[in-house]
Design a protein around this ligand. Structure first.
Ligand code: ADP
Length: 381
């Protein structure tokens, strides 16, 4: 049995992989109706900040792993002292929880990052902007951000003062140069406690408003040396931080052919969803194998191109209404709905198409996702 903290779509897709391996999941979910609680047997309902709920989830399980990175590290330390194997452990996980800690460690390791500083007031922010050739700069809360929440582009000293007065005085802010990237990439590595690693092909991800909308595997036209370098960065970080399970490294590709690390996630990641249908072993199966310290599966792609498009909540309330059209039009589309209620912009599912012609694969994946979300018109009547 594996205990999984958090009942989102990542835990739901772990369940799918767990079935094939005949591994049981014990879920600690936020509520009875959340995405994973609809598919995992006998979920516990409780809070991830409640030690007794975490203890109950871990009871009798070989290991404890996560759907999100929000479990306080001090609770994980207590669990570890009580003999629970937390994978990843608190010393690794803190780098996915706190962007300032992550930046400091990566700099120590010599991993290329955007220029940055931790600032407490508008004067410090302004001084940083001066040191990187001026505004705009990117301001981030060090903790608690996701899908672009907690990230602002700040265009002037006046905006900087506004941004600082809008955040609570206790929040620490990270300020970064605004990278003029060519595109965003992601490198996913999976690492087991005994140190085996598997690296997935480096992908291109497209973000809109801070949310991932589309992923192409492998990243089209990426220089093979840069791809290997990005995989090496992910594997090096996984080793140095002693990450167990999936590590996703979000990267910026710069016009002069370098990559800079944007951020880290230590759990299956949206940029790896393509692997369910498009790789020999999915990120979810490899995450489970890794946390159990079993040999990892082959991360290679099955086809020259795989495109994953997220279904974001739009105008259509009942996603299943999209089935007659999508399924009839294209029997090659792979569909994953997360069992979540539709809210604007919320990730409620994804589709994947793979094949040999990138333009064709991409067009088909986009059509299916946009039919579901209603951006091709509301077809629910
Ligand atoms: P989150 O924790 O919400 O995922 P990120 O740090 O990944 O936040 O930032 C969200 C998005 O904002 C990124 O995917 C990227 O598009 C943009 N972004 C973040 N940092 C920078 C930066 N230093 N320069 C340019 N764009 C950035």
């Amino acid at each position: 049995m594996i205990a999984v903290v958090g009942g989102g779509q990542l835990a739901r897709m772990m369940q799918q992989a767990a079935i094939g391996l005949d591994v049981g999941l014990r879920l600690l979910a936020e509520g009875r109706d959340v995405s994973a609680a609809r598919v995992v047997r006998d979920p516990l309902v409780g809070d991830h900040r409640d030690l007794s709920a975490l203890r109950e989830a871990a009871q009798g399980c070989a290991v404890l792993t996560f759907d999100h990175e929000h479990v306080p590290t001090e609770l994980l330390r207590t669990l570890e002292a009580e003999g629970v194997a937390c994978r990843p452990g608190p010393d690794a996980l803190v780098h996915a929880q706190d962007k300032a800690v992550m930046r400091a460690r990566l700099v120590e390791l010599g991993i290329p990052c955007p220029r940055h500083a931790v600032v407490a007031d508008a004067a410090a922010l302004d001084a940083f902007a001066d040191s990187v050739d001026g505004y705009p700069v990117v301001v981030k809360t060090t903790r608690g951000g996701y899908d672009g929440k907690g990230v602002w582009v700040v265009g002037s000293a006046v905006e900087a003062a506004d941004a600082l007065s809008a955040t609570s005085a206790t929040v620490e802010l990270l300020v970064e140069e605004k990278v003029e990237f060519v595109r965003e990439l992601a490198a996913l590595a999976v690492r087991s406690p005994s140190g085996q690693q598997a690296a997935y092909p480096v992908v291109e991800s497209v973000q809109r408003g801070g949310t991932c909308v589309e992923v192409t595997a492998p990243a089209p036209g990426l220089d093979p040396d840069l791809a290997v370098h990005a995989q090496w960065i992910a594997m090096r970080i996984a080793d140095e931080l002693d990450v167990t399970g999936v590590l996703a490294v979000e990267l910026f590709e710069t016009p002069d052919g370098r990559v800079l690390v944007n951020e880290l996630a230590m759990r299956p990641h949206n940029t790896g969803h393509w692997s369910i249908d498009g790789a020999v072993t999915s990120q979810f199966e490899n995450h489970l194998r890794a946390v159990l310290d079993l040999p990892l599966g082959d991360p290679s792609a099955r086809a020259p191109w795989t495109v994953m498009v997220n279904i974001l909540g739009g105008t259509v309330g009942r996603l299943h209404d999209g089935y007659p059209h999508v399924l009839a039009r294209d029997p090659g589309v792979r569909i994953h709905l997360y069992g979540k209620s539709v809210q604007p912009g919320r990730k409620v599912g994804h589709v994947t198409v793979y094949g040999t012609d990138l333009a064709d694969v991409r067009a088909r994946a986009r059509h299916a996702a946009h039919w579901f979300d209603g951006s091709l018109g509301d077809h629910s009547e």
